[in-house]
Design a protein around this ligand. Structure first.
Ligand code: FAS
Ligand code: PHB
Length: 398
């Protein structure tokens, strides 16, 4: 074994979960090292989430990384649902006594966190290969990895598995140590990032007979749109013109919003799944973010759930190091999962309500399609139903 050294918390993965945990711990004088498989450009270039709950904004402020977010983030106090030939605005602030969301790309959150970590002398080992968690059943875990041809061993007190759905940490757990729950959906999202003004001032979620569509944004000059497609879609069958045409059909160009075309900066397919691994702790290894759970992006919960996991894990680690207590660490998995499952429910419900489900062989979905239409009509007519949507969309309390 080559170089051997020690830190307090070894964080695997430099996505939002890993970076935010490292930054929050640093501000409490707790040392961490982040081991990241990819290079910095790849991590900063991934185009993903766009809507931040208030709890996420508050924690980014507490981490001292929200200056640009506060300058450039777009505060939204409502969004629209289109369906059954109508549109209805969900007035978030009115329905939740003033709560709102902020539109600010995950890529920007990641860039702000990486810049803050490096400016503070934080250590992010990019292009760390063969990262392997060891001895996490006991109190002397360590992580091995290779970097620039050199083997390394990093001894630590805790391992934070922030390495996403395809990461190594959850896969390193003994099969009988976790129980998983999964639902895959018979559709995906084709997402585009375009140099074009947004279709409207707020997001529009559309249920349509041709499939779901979502018009979102990143700024006044950058649009982020999605159309439902098949899970094994061939991107080459979706030239730009077809995407713009589908968006126009599904959203409906009417007064108050208009699909503005422009050059595409990105075009990609996002699979849709609901997934939870229980528990989120195994000995001195703690899973957080996509490493532990996945939601379909319809409810804009993925990034925000990663942040709430970090809120619980950060507080627990501070209690351990500052007060030599571990009850919050012992409660981490139950506390995080209680909020995860509520967000899983909302994301599953919003996905089931707004997407067009294909008829399966020998099963006619005519009744379910009418149920969708009836639920959308009820949602548009009931303040109580809109309040349920609004309080979940702005984010349930941590
Ligand atoms: P991440 O996956 O962001 O980060 C994990 C990190 O670990 C990555 O940098 C990875 O390279 C690294 N890693 C993996 N394996 C490793 C290993 N063995 N060793 C070291 N490092 C390793 N959410 C929304 O709310 N709205 C959206 O529109 C939305 N769109 C999405 C589109 C796509 C294509 C994907 C995949 C996800 C999307 N999400 C969306 C969810 C997404 O935002 C996640 O919830 C968020 O990135 C979770 O952050 P992390 O848990 O940090 O995981
Ligand atoms: C986005 O802007 O990428 C976005 C917004 C809301 C969602 C999903 C994605 O529900």
């Amino acid at each position: 074994m080559g170089k051997s050294r020690r830190t307090q918390v070894c964080i695997v993965g430099s996505g939002p979960a890993g970076l935010l945990l490292s930054q929050l711990l640093h501000r409490q004088g707790i040392e961490s090292v982040i081991l990241e498989r990819r290079d910095r450009a790849y991590v900063e270039g991934r185009i993903r989430a766009g809507v931040l709950e208030q709890g996420t904004v508050d924690l980014l402020r507490e981490a001292g990384v929200a200056d640009r977010l506060d300058r450039e983030g777009l505060v939204h106090d409502g969004f629209e649902i289109a369906g059954n030939g109508r549109r209805h605005r969900i007035a978030l602030d009115e329905l939740t006594n003033g709560k709102v969301v902020t539109v600010y790309g995950q890529t920007e959150v990641t860039k702000d966190l990486i810049a803050a970590r490096l400016a503070a002398g934080g250590e992010i080992v990019f292009e760390a290969a063969d990262v392997t968690p060891n001895a996490f059943d006991g109190s002397k875990p360590f992580v091995t990895y290779s970097h620039q041809g050199q083997e390394h061993r990093l001894d630590c007190d805790f391992i934070a598995g922030c390495d996403g759905f395809h990461g190594v940490c959850r896969q390193s757990l003994p099969q009988n140590a976790i129980r998983t729950f999964e639902r895959t959906y018979p559709f995906a999202w084709l997402g585009i990032l375009a140099k074009a003004a947004p279709a409207a001032d707020e997001l529009i979620y559309a249920h349509h007979d041709r499939g779901f569509a979502l018009c979102s944004m990143r700024s006044e000059s950058i649009s982020r749109h999605y159309v439902q497609c098949s899970p094994n879609e061939d991107l080459s069958k979706w030239p730009d013109a077809r995407i713009w045409d589908e968006l126009r059909h599904r959203i409906g160009d009417t007064d108050g919003h208009h699909i503005n075309e422009g050059p595409l900066l990105d075009k990609s397919i996002t699979p849709m799944r609901s997934f939870v691994a229980e528990p989120m702790r195994h000995g001195s290894l703690f899973l957080a973010g996509d490493a532990a759970h996945i939601v379909p992006p319809t409810g804009a919960k993925g990034l925000n759930l990663a942040v709430s996991d970090i809120y619980y894990l950060y507080r627990a680690l501070v209690q351990f190091y500052k007060q030599s207590m571990s009850d919050l660490l012992d409660r981490y998995s139950d506390q995080a999962l209680a909020r995860v499952w509520k967000a899983e429910r909302f994301s599953w419900w919003m996905t089931s309500l707004l997407h067009k489900f294909p008829n399966e062989a020998g099963y006619d979905r005519a009744f379910e399609n009418r149920m969708q239409e009836a639920e959308i009509a009820y949602l548009m007519s009931s303040r109580a139903a809109q309040t349920v949507v609004a309080e979940n969309y702005v984010g349930l309390p941590f």
